[in-house]
Write a protein that binds this ligand. Sequence first.
Ligand code: SF4
Length: 268
Amino acid sequence: MPICDVLLTARGCVGQCVFCAARATYPEQPYRARSPQAVMAEIAELSESFGLHDFFIADDAFTLQPKRALAICDLIIASGLKAHWTCEARVNSMTPDLVHKMRAAGCHQIFYGVETGDPDVMKLIRKGIRLEQVEEVVNFTQAAGIDVMCSFILGFPWDTPQTIGQTIEFAGKLRRMGATWPNRGGPGRGFVTAAFYHLTPLPGTFIFEHASELGLKFLSKNWDHYTMAAPIIETAHLSAADLREWRLRATRSIELERNASPVETVLC
Ligand code: SF4
C-alpha cells in the first residue's frame, strides 16, 4: 500500500467565508505561498530520498493563485515524476485548462467546499460562489477524469429543513454527474461524491463572534467536541437532534446515489 505524504505549498486564505477560521488563524498575513520551485524541490526530495510519490496537498485552497498552481503542475510534468496527489481547491479559481494541467501532473482527486445547495444561504455565508458555477466546475473536473469530493455544512444560522433539503438535492445532482461506481479510478470520467459536516464555529470566525445575535446556542465549549462530526450548536430553527437526523439522512441519500457502491455509510 503506498504511503501518502502531506505537503503544504501555502497556508491561509483570503476568502471571507463566515464559518471558516483560515483567515482568522493568520490575521497579520492571511495568505502566504511558497514558490513553485520550492514546492517542486520538496516533491523531488520526497521521491528521491524516500520513494514517496503519493501526497495530499493540505493547503486551505491550493488553487487560490491559479498561475502558481499551473506553474507547480508544469514543473511536476517537466520532472517526469509519476506523482499521484489530491488537494482542496476553490470553485471560483478553477478553469478547464487548470484542471487538465492538474490531471496531467498526477492529480486524481479534488475536494471542493460547496457548503450549501441553497442560493440564499450561499450569499449569506459569503463564499463568493454560485450554484451554477459549482455545477460547471464539478462537471468539467469529473470530465477530465478527476474524482471530486464536495463538502457541505449543515446547521448554518439561516438553515431550515427546506434549505437543508435543497442541499441534499443539490449534492445528489452533483453526484449524478460523475461516473458510476465500477468506473471509479478508470479512464474517462471521475467519481463525484459528497460529505456532510456539522457547522462548528471556531473563535475568530464571523459566526462564532456573532453567535448569539444569529440565534445560535452552544452545546459545548470543550474543544475536543469540535470535530464537525457531531452538533455543537443548535440554531433558531434546528435542534441538535434535528441536525443529527439531517446529517444521517444526507449521508444515506448520497450512498443511495452511489449506484450499488460497495462502500458502507460511515458516520464518525
Ligand atoms: S472556506 Fe475555503 S475559500 Fe472560504 S475562507 Fe476558508 S479556505 Fe478560504
